[in-house]
Design a protein around this ligand. Structure first.
Ligand code: SAH
Length: 194
């Protein structure tokens, strides 16, 4: 019974994340891009991350193939994982609102793109990436499954480490001194401790 409840929660969380992203995906497609970086490689990396962040959790929900990787976590820890997922979904929505039509799933600069430096972007340059690290962590904890956790961390980590430095290079190329000043004032995925 308990296993089914957690599987249902993970399934619902994946649907909610998808629903949050959908209108922003539409908005993004409406805007012309004026510069993109390694588009096909970027799409391949997003696909790899999707395997660990969406497909494997879905396989976990609908089958028992990962049962031998059970972490046997106490229920209260798994509930903390679920609470983390809920908070993370709220954060996910908030970041999308903040970036609005400056957001894109791949590395590109859109027409009339502005550098967002307000809200959480005042403290962190990549809050969406902070949110993704939390997503894979909390999903693994709520699932209480080593495979879901480690595969999620590795596939997301692959996208993160092969992207974040290129993204900063692209933003520096586009916004120049404004972005280098912004980098001095912000942390990459955690706020800078002054
Ligand atoms: N790295 C950011 C955004 C991820 S989406 C985050 O983690 O929140 C990736 C796209 O966002 C890139 O194509 C880039 O053009 C855009 N982007 C990144 N930082 C931005 C910012 N501060 N303001 C506006 N657009 C930004």
């Amino acid at each position: 019974m308990e296993a089914y409840i957690f599987k249902t929660v993970i399934f619902v969380s994946l649907i909610i994340y998808g629903l949050i992203r959908m209108p922003f995906m539409k908005k993004c497609k409406l805007k012309q891009n004026i510069k993109s970086e390694n588009l096909s490689y970027e799409k391949f990396k997003v696909f790899i991350a999707w395997l660990g962040m969406v497909l494997v959790p879905m396989i976990f929900v609908f089958s028992n193939v990962f049962v031998k990787f059970d972490m046997n976590l106490p229920v209260y820890i798994r509930i903390l994982g679920v609470m983390g997922l809920i908070a993370d979904a709220v954060f996910f929505y908030y970041i999308h609102k903040e970036l609005s039509d400056n957001w894109s799933p791949v590395l590109e600069i859109k027409e009339e793109q502005k550098l967002i430096k307000t809200g959480v972007y005042k403290y962190i340059r990549h809050p969406m990436y902070t949110q993704c690290w939390l997503w894979v962590f909390f999903t693994g904890i709520a699932a209480s499954n080593w495979f879901v956790l480690v595969f999620g961390l590795v596939t997301w980590g692959f996208l993160y480490f092969t992207r974040v430095f290129n993204e900063e290079k692209m933003m520096l190329g586009e916004f120049g001194a404004e972005y280098s000043d912004y980098m001095k004032q912000t942390g990459r995925i955690f706020p800078k401790i002054f």
